[in-house]
Write a new protein. Sequence first.
Length: 353
Amino acid sequence: MKSQAIVEDTSRYLESIQAGRGIAALLVVVHHAAQKAAALSDGAIPPFDFGIVGVDLFFMISGFIIYFVTAHKPTTHAEFFEKRLVRIFPLYWGLSLLALAIFLVKPGLINSSASVPTDVTASFLLWPTVAPYLVNNGWTLTYEVLFYILWGLVAMPMATTRRALVACALLLAIALAGRVVALDPKVLNLSLFVEFAAGVLTGMAFHRRWLRPNRVLSALLVLVGTVLAYLAVEGGMSNSPIRGFVLLVPVALMFLGIVLAGPLWRKAQWMLRIGDSSYSLYLFHPFILVIIPIAVRLTKQQQSPGAVLAISVGACVAAVLFSFLLYKLVELPLTNRLRGMVGRIGRSARQPA
């Protein structure tokens, strides 16, 4: 019975988290497409600012995953950091090189609406800066890497309950420090680190089987969380130095609702597949969405909001499809290959001479 329970928990974990990843990625994609559509239609199409909460949802999912995969499982510091580096950097650096090639040939296609120049060096190092990266969404990876560093130093070599709670306390302290430290939130918004802690705590509750599938409660939590998050974003809090605290409860409710849906996600296989390719979609979609203004100008549809909307929807669909191909043909095989190489090198290095 115990092994069966573990299998069921792992299955629910994979389904809920993959669905959450898919939802988060789609929110960001639609947000970015709507921004372009709003500019091209002179505001006739709303910019869908609510989509920005996809980032906050991603941060909570990261906290959940990191706890779940390290909870009470012996993992050396080297193994933990190796896996995280292989997960984050190969695809990101590859797309950054692609963006750099485009930037050198036609700079206007990269961060054309930015008020400050693109920082190429910071792009590859994920160094916090007010300037945009070559892959502009990469700014969120800066937070991910810093979270991994803290977790690796505090919770490893095995994420016991005590170590996980200490890590959460430190994340909260860092988030609160943003209120007293003279740090430009446009460079690094420290309040966002509290969202990783929320994800960890959700993972702890799930690991202890405190969260059981409940469709009614799931729908209620998602609804309430969505309304509260919408009100916060409409109130301009997505650009606030306390964004993490303001969106903490709304996004946490949304995330809990997604987790509690459990087996329901089996009926939405398309969302699970988007979740599988969510990292590729998150990083690659700007390369596809650039066709929106190009297509609008080529078809001379600037005065037709309906045409702009149709082109934008088509671009979003194309972004999902091409990102899935990128995941299948590049991200997945590259990640598996590098993990195998790093694993062999690590084992050789740890063997006595």
